[in-house]
Design a protein around this ligand. Sequence first.
Ligand SMILES: Cc1cc2nc3c(=O)[nH]c(=O)nc-3n(C[C@H](O)[C@H](O)[C@H](O)COP(=O)(O)OP(=O)(O)OC[C@H]3O[C@@H](n4cnc5c(N)ncnc54)[C@H](O)[C@@H]3O)c2cc1C
Length: 448
Amino acid sequence: MQHIVIIGNGIAGITLARHVRKLSEHRISVISSETEYFFSRTALMYVYMGHMKFEHTQPYENWFWKKNRIDLVKARVVEVRTAEKKLVMAHGNEMAYDKLIIATGSKPNKFGWPGQDLEGVQGLYSKQDLDLLEKNAPNKETCHRAVIVGGGLIGIEMAEMLRSRDIPVTFLVRETSFWNGVLPKGESQMLNEHIREHHIDLRLDTNLVEIIADGQGRAKAVVTDKGDTIPCHVVGLTAGVSPNIAFLKGSGIELGKGVLVNRSLETSAKDVYAIGDCAEQREAIGQRRPVEAVWYTGRMMGEALAQTLCGNPTQYRPGHWFNSAKFMDVEYQTYGWVFSERHKGEHEAHFHWRHPKEKLCVTMAYHRETEQFLGINTFGIRMRHNIFDRWLTQEKSIDFVMEHLRDANFDPEFYKTHEPAILAQYNQERGRAIALKKRSWKRIFSTT
Ligand SMILES: Cc1cc2nc3c(=O)[nH]c(=O)nc-3n(C[C@H](O)[C@H](O)[C@H](O)COP(=O)(O)OP(=O)(O)OC[C@H]3O[C@@H](n4cnc5c(N)ncnc54)[C@H](O)[C@@H]3O)c2cc1C
């Protein structure tokens, strides 16, 4: 029996612990400085918005951990001594390990802005950040305005949270259009409109210069590079996240942006592994980024590493890229690769359809010469993951995808579907005469 020590009780660390327990009798300790019990970080926003209580974000009952002999330790690790196979916690206690797993997640980026450490300035990552937001912005009477800096998925969540309490929000976005480093132009423009329709004061192409204090150590306004001073009570810093690994400097473990790992999730130190947001792949996996701050990849890494630690060596293989998110009430899904104009290669062509009135759109990417389907983004239309995963593996053509679009739609029955309108535009733009095939359950659930 070995002692498996996991630093971090997020989705990566907890998935690993659960699977090691299923597969073995190893002793398991999970150390975290954030909360005693695992919770779903992606659901934090719904607590502030009153849709659920914090307890509802905890998928396991509190007795689960003891029953499954997973020891939970609430402490902050400040040092890892790989030569002695030991770690040191902030209160001075030490713990020895046979295998050490670093699953310490991310931390919000701060770029050295003057005033970034003032009271009232905060990120949105941890349970502590949620508590702080409750204190900083309980209602519109206390918080007359919030300024959010950084236009990504967390920024838009924070804006939605604050608007749910009717708090006026100004949203500073460095890019000329929302998230246009990731999304193609048509989608990004639709989101600009959507954000503004939700009464958010979206300021594109605008950078934060300084946060001004009120004389008592609290933020009272921000200054932008457009020369505007915006009075506010709260400043949300949501300009991306980076691996939370500062405590590993001096440990001898090789670090890049994150903790460098190979496909087996091994670090440069013997018996030390890294998983989840804090891990950085040494070798590219397809077109995936070396560090992916995404929920499901943390879970997949935890599952793969549990196999390895329990005697079944398993490499991390995340498969085709996919993701989903919500931009207020508009659902977003992506399968395969649809790059923004800024990042797409010469070979990548796009077909874009947008509903004339509603906030619905689809962009499909395909290879200009081979016509191979490369990926799809949908807004407001739900698609089937298994179908796109299969079509990407089978390298189907864009025409095939169009013809079988009904198979891919996941929207409930009697929901208005948009395939005829999408196909009509496609046929017209590309001089095709493709007819939509009827939805086939046999094809949908086929495994080949
Ligand atoms: C508001 C928000 C919304 C999100 N929404 C989505 C979404 O819709 N879809 C999606 O795919 N992803 C989403 N993400 C990202 C997703 O939540 C993360 O990718 C995922 O939670 C990372 O899991 P992890 O286990 O790697 O790390 P974490 O969940 O960050 O867990 C790491 C834990 O380790 C602890 N820790 C760190 N250092 C130490 C130390 N030295 N000692 C002790 N403990 C330590 C941390 O406090 C933390 O509790 C969202 C993130 C946020 C913040």
